[in-house]
Write a protein that binds this ligand. Structure first.
Ligand code: CA
Length: 430
């Protein structure tokens, strides 16, 4: 049924969004920088080029079954929002180590929230597992990383962003497909146009699917006749499981496991796409983290696997299996895929990684990020609200404090060292 595991078409954009805002959790990436509120009732300035483009889209959409009346209804009054073009072309200003991502994406808060969701939706998740073969912890972990369990969907009007990106910028043909896919979902009544928002690049709903992925993968799990990944949790979680199943999920197999790599191991062998039989790694001296053999727990010696060293030779090591690739196809970034794998593991009561990340300045949970922001606000930095999202303003404020305190490098990174330094200062109530 599945056409040779075509990688998710939204992958390049998800990767781009990741590169753009490396400092913030992905849910926040989708939600970043809501456009300033438009002045009330200001008529859109006439924009002949945009109008011509929409007319062309109307024809193209018509050829794909979007009726003219539907097109006109859903695009009435549509005006471009060119701020999305800046995001399309933006370059990351700061780089963020993987342990910063994971500290925020797999923090105690998300684990506790996820366990609550596992309990609340236990029956639903059992039915999903019976149909798609994907375990509850994995489904809930994707939900937690994608939208913080339905809390963060993205704030940009979806049709505005997609129409703008369809008519201007360097990826117009890709976005035309997404725009028309959205219109088809609206016409079919799967989703409602009112209040439809998403990330700047068009991912939306509980599972942050791009519209074309939605069209291909979404399921009507609760059987009410609509595939609603915005307002319906059974549809959203069922669709997540369907996505993983379509991506080659192996029921009952783990995503992988943490391992120990022998001294002098050839690092050229590593990487997700360098796949070998499990027995091959075992022959090279790789063991599970607890020292037990790799080939165990019902896994065959020829199980396809790859070795990851996400922070290099000095950091934790993992052997990953096909299910890791399925998760990766959802997100197409190593840090995202590891976050989902690790969160799922913690939801099952496990702990990963057990080895330390190679840093003496660990990353911060969202609670610690809020604490740091509170300390920055108290020192007069105009960083806006305390939301745990480390954006440009917060980073600049951190940089200023690092310089003031003589901490090097003054790189604007939100880590344990600056948090500790600020909270130790006299007069600071922590
Ligand atoms: Ca439904």
């Amino acid at each position: 049924m599945l056409p040779a595991m075509t990688p998710n078409r939204h992958a390049p954009l998800r990767r781009l969004a990741l590169a753009l805002l490396l400092a913030v959790p992905p849910a926040a990436v989708h939600a970043q920088a809501p456009p300033p509120a438009a002045p009330p009732a200001a008529p859109a300035a006439p924009d002949p080029a945009f109008a011509r483009c929409l007319a062309g889209l109307r024809t193209a959409a018509g050829a794909q079954g979007v009726q003219a009346a539907s097109f006109d209804r859903f695009t009435a009054g549509l005006a471009p929002d060119r701020s999305v073009l800046e995001l399309l072309d933006a370059q990351p200003e700061f780089t963020t180590p993987i342990w910063d991502y994971l500290a925020a994406l797999v923090d105690d808060e998300r684990v506790a929230d996820g366990r609550a969701m596992l309990a609340r939706h236990a029956d639903l998740l059992a039915r999903i597992e019976a149909r798609y073969g994907v375990d509850p912890a994995t489904v809930v972990a994707v939900w937690g990383v994608e939208s913080d369990y339905g809390r963060v969907f993205g704030k940009r009007p979806l049709l505005v962003s997609l129409a703008t990106l369809s008519c201007e910028g360097r990826r117009q043909s890709f976005f035309r497909g997404e725009f028309i896919a959205t219109l088809k979902l609206l016409q079919a009544g799967d989703i409602q146009a009112e209040g439809l928002t998403g990330s700047w690049a068009g991912a939306f709903g509980h599972t942050q699917f791009m519209p074309s992925t939605y069209a291909r993968i979404a399921v009507d799990f609760d059987g009410d006749g609509r595939r609603d990944l915005v307002g319906n949790i059974p549809d959203a979680l069922g669709s997540t499981a369907n996505y993983l199943k379509q991506s080659g999920w192996r029921t009952g197999q783990p995503w992988g496991f943490e391992v120990q790599v022998p001294a002098g191991f050839d690092a050229a062998q590593v990487g997700r796409t360098n796949r070998r039989p499990l027995s091959d790694w075992a022959a090279r001296g790789v063991r599970r983290h607890d020292g037990s053999p790799l080939v165990a727990g019902g896994l065959a010696a020829d199980t396809r696997s790859a070795l990851l060293l996400p922070a290099g030779r000095e950091g934790p090591a993992f052997v990953v299996l096909r299910n890791y690739d399925a998760i990766y196809s959802y997100n197409a970034a190593e840090s995202y895929a590891l976050a989902i794998a690790f969160l799922a593991e913690r939801l099952r009561g496990g702990q990963v990684p057990r080895a330390a990340w190679p840093t003496d300045d660990p990353g911060l949970s969202r609670a610690q990020r809020r604490e740091l922001q509170t300390l920055l606000l108290a020192r007069g930095h105009g960083i806006g609200e305390v939301d745990g999202m480390i954006g440009t303003n917060t980073r600049r404020a951190i940089q200023a404090e690092q310089r003031r305190l003589g901490l090097a490098p003054a790189d604007g990174r939100a880590g344990r060292r600056i948090l500790d330094a600020l909270s130790r200062e006299p007069g600071t109530a922590r």
